[in-house]
Design a protein around this ligand. Structure first.
Ligand code: ADP
Length: 333
């Protein structure tokens, strides 16, 4: 879907690639993280060594892949890309690690989904640039140590809490990426429009920013729909066009996507506003608990539609106003 930050067609991937910032200077927002990365990269460059391993945590579409590319690019290193789901056996990881060239940056997206059997190999690789390869089976099995070229691992995860502690501890630096505010998203959009050679006014940019779910990937995608609309209808990309284009695609004025809405509807309609436990909620909307917790909830909490309590998830008054008419009145005893 247009608002779904996680799924991409080939055309969308090419479009994203063209808009990706190539340096920390071009990367909008996340000021704190940018400063921290800058220091880390500069220190490594001055000492002529690989930078410390870096863990990037945050919901989809906030710039984790982009930052991994920048980490490589800023220090003139090449980047190798893989992902947790592609590493199903320790052997997959051994093949990947042993093929790295000195100083390369290895990006593992969704690192929390890597096979457990590969994790232990990764601990040793991160710490000592060495792995033990098991040869043979049963009583005759032996392990052969293999030296690796020094490398920088950049891991990405939707939530650092999903990683086992020993793995998390081996990253020299963990960055938690936050949702972007409207001013930052406007900046992302202004930059993208400039790169696309697309004239668009300030009111239009602000309107798109407000509907982008705090997420640059979604902002860029909405900009593309607006560009289509303006082109096909021979109109300017102004506020009127933006509203018409985004209404056509059912883009929520608050930036909520299908799953956000399903979660709020379920809490209000089926569980009377909550509290409802995470797993019950996940089953009722047919989604994995992990996705609800690390992708849906952070945004709903941030915009004040959901609160997490010790007894479960609760729809706020603002959510009732949006989705359920009136909040239930406290019962008089
Ligand atoms: P993630 O890996 O976290 O899912 P990406 O790094 O793939 O997210 O970012 C998605 C798209 O959003 C990129 O193509 C890039 O164009 C844009 N983007 C992300 N972060 C920024 C940023 N800080 N400034 C400008 N554009 C950004």
């Amino acid at each position: 879907g247009i608002l779904d930050a996680g799924s991409e067609s080939d055309a969308e991937l090419a479009f994203e690639g063209a808009l990706r910032p190539k340096s920390l200077g071009e990367f909008v927002g996340q000021t704190k993280v940018r400063g921290q990365l800058e220091l880390l990269l500069q220190a490594a460059a001055m000492q002529g060594r690989s930078a410390d391993h870096i863990l990037l945590a945050g919901p989809p579409g906030l710039g984790k892949t982009t930052l991994a590319m920048i980490v490589a690019h800023e220090n003139g290193r090449s980047l190798r890309m893989s992902s947790g789901p592609a590493i199903q056996h320790a052997g997959d990881l051994a093949a990947l690690l042993s093929s790295l060239l000195p100083g390369e940056v290895l990006f593992i997206d969704e690192i929390h989904r890597m096979a457990r059997s590969a994790e232990e190999m990764l601990y040793l690789a991160m710490e000592d640039f060495r792995i033990d390869i098991m040869v043979g089976k049963g009583a005759g099995a032996t392990s052969i140590p293999l030296e690796l070229a020094p490398f920088t691992l950049v891991g990405a995860t939707t939530r650092s809490g999903l990683l086992p502690n020993p793995l998390r501890d081996r990253f020299g630096f963990t960055a938690h990426l936050e949702f972007y505010d409207d001013a930052e998203l406007t900046e992302v959009l202004r930059r993208a429009a400039r790169l696309l050679g697309m004239p668009i006014d300030e009111a239009a940019l602000t309107e798109i920013a407000g509907r982008s779910r705090g997420t640059p990937r979604i902002a860029n995608r909405l900009l593309r729909r607006v560009r289509d609309y303006a082109l096909v209808n021979a109109k300017d990309a102004d506020l009127t066009s933006v509203r018409a284009a985004l209404d056509l695609y059912d883009v929520d004025p608050l930036g909520l996507d299908r799953l956000d809405r399903a979660v709020l509807r379920a809490i209000i309609d089926r569980f009377d506003g909550g509290p409802v436990g995470l797993n019950t909620l996940a089953v009722s909307v047919g989604e994995e608990a992990e996705t609800i917790e690390s992708v849906v909830e952070p945004f709903l909490v941030r915009i004040g539609l959901l609160s997490r309590t010790p007894r479960g998830r609760v729809a706020t008054k603002a959510a009732w106003r949006q989705f359920g008419g009136r909040a239930p009145q406290p019962t008089l005893l």
